[in-house]
Design a protein around this ligand. Structure first.
Ligand code: KG4
Ligand code: ZN
Length: 356
């Protein structure tokens, strides 16, 4: 089965062509195209929903055309836009079996662009359509690794710009939400702290790079809720602590790097402690990470060393970096692994979609 998948939940416009052979678990990505308005949003230090949606509308058809053409011709694609359009049209009609779309959670105006485009394609071409939960798709990004060894049950930690959630999965249709953030998400905290330090938006990647330049810091920030008995998180206090700290200081490059190091360490510490405690409690050995913050290699390495140092028989999985942040391949992967098409008239953009 071959799927055209769309992702437009925030400021990225993604289209991907993904494939899975019958009786195989492997999801193959034939193309994965992304147009981002992040640099435009960066001028405002964050995403302005109306502006993001306007960029999505401009980008969606060119991105779909590019994904279709690249799925067949890697490298040597026709130059003329008209030839490309004709080619994409033929590929769409002849090779695509179904359409998948992220229908929530996210920004309503952005989601609508992907959802209405997908519904139109499904209706016009009589192809099945699969609505996909954006957050579950972040975890399915782990299955784009070829013949996968990941099995249920697993603990899923979703850490993105909008969400921080911990869940226990017996299967994709049977899972339990254990806890989540009470205020800012981990990525949101990184982005806000990045703004305090005059870093570019989104700041997670730069914070990781700067943190890696520092061996140790003479100061540390607190990991909020680290000793609470629940599985909740809270990161707005960390942002306030960093704001108080930097307000009294002259920001040199060295100090900015140290603040990045201490911020990243405080976030990683609480994420690991609560995730491993949940895995022990539910006697689950597989831990899957997902979401933009799981692109952070220090987070992944720290999970691995914590498992080794504590002599635990757990396995940690994280998506390949390009599939960790928002992309359409993960939407397609989730649809292929949970192929549940529904009538296109019943699909709506659901900005508040959650885990209930
Ligand atoms: O999943 P995602 O692309 O979008 C949402 O669904 O929210 O996550 C974006 C978040 C941003 O907050 C960004 O700063 C963070 O992921 N991020 C990172 C890294 N790359 C992106 N955080 C830490 N380390 C990274 N390397
Ligand atoms: Zn996301």
């Amino acid at each position: 089965m071959r799927i055209l998948a769309l992702e437009t939940s925030c400021d990225e416009t993604g289209a991907a062509i993904v494939e899975k052979k019958n009786n195989s678990k492997a999801v193959k990505v034939l193309s994965n195209v992304l147009a981002s308005s992040a640099s435009l949003q960066a001028q405002f230090g964050g995403v302005i929903p109306e502006r993001a949606a306007r960029e999505q509308i401009k980008a969606i058809i060119p991105v779909i055309i590019q994904a279709l053409v690249e799925s067949k011709f890697r490298g040597s694609t026709p130059n003329s836009p008209y030839e490309k359009f004709l080619l994409a049209n033929t590929i769409l009609k002849e090779t695509i079996d179904a359409v998948a779309v992220a229908h929530g959670p996210g920004l309503i105006s952005s989601l609508l662009v992907g959802v209405e485009t997908a519904k139109t394609l499904s209706f016009a071409l009589s192809k099945p359509i699969v609505p996909v939960h954006h957050l579950l798709a972040h975890l399915s990004a782990n299955f784009i690794r070829g013949e996968s060894s990941i099995v249920f049950p697993f603990i899923g930690l979703i850490v993105s710009g909008g969400h921080t959630d911990l869940l226990m999965f017996e299967s994709y249709s049977k899972f339990k939400w254990l806890g989540g953030t009470r205020d800012d998400a981990a990525g949101e905290a990184l982005d806000k702290i990045g703004r305090l330090l005059n870093l570019s938006y989104p700041a997670g990647h730069e914070i990781e790079e700067r943190a890696a330049k520092v061996e140790q810091t003479t100061f540390a920030f607190q990991s909020p809720l680290i000793n609470s008995k629940d599985f909740d998180f809270s990161f707005s206090g960390l942002k306030a602590e960093v704001a108080r700290f930097v307000s009294k200081k002259h920001l040199t490059v060295r100090l900015i790097n140290e603040v990045c190091h201490a911020t990243q360490a405080a976030i990683i510490k609480v994420l690991i402690k609560k995730t491993i405690r949940s895995a022990k409690l539910y006697k689950v050995n597989n831990i899957l990470l997902g979401g933009g913050v799981s692109a952070n290699q220090k987070l992944v390495e720290s999970f691995k060393s914590s498992i080794i140092n504590n002599k635990l028989s757990m396995q940690i999985f994280s998506p390949e970096k390009k599939f960790a942040t928002d992309n359409a391949a993960m939407i397609g992967a989730h649809a292929l692994l949970n192929f549940r098409p529904i009538d296109w008239r019943k699909i709506n953009a659901e900005p508040e979609l959650y885990f209930d």
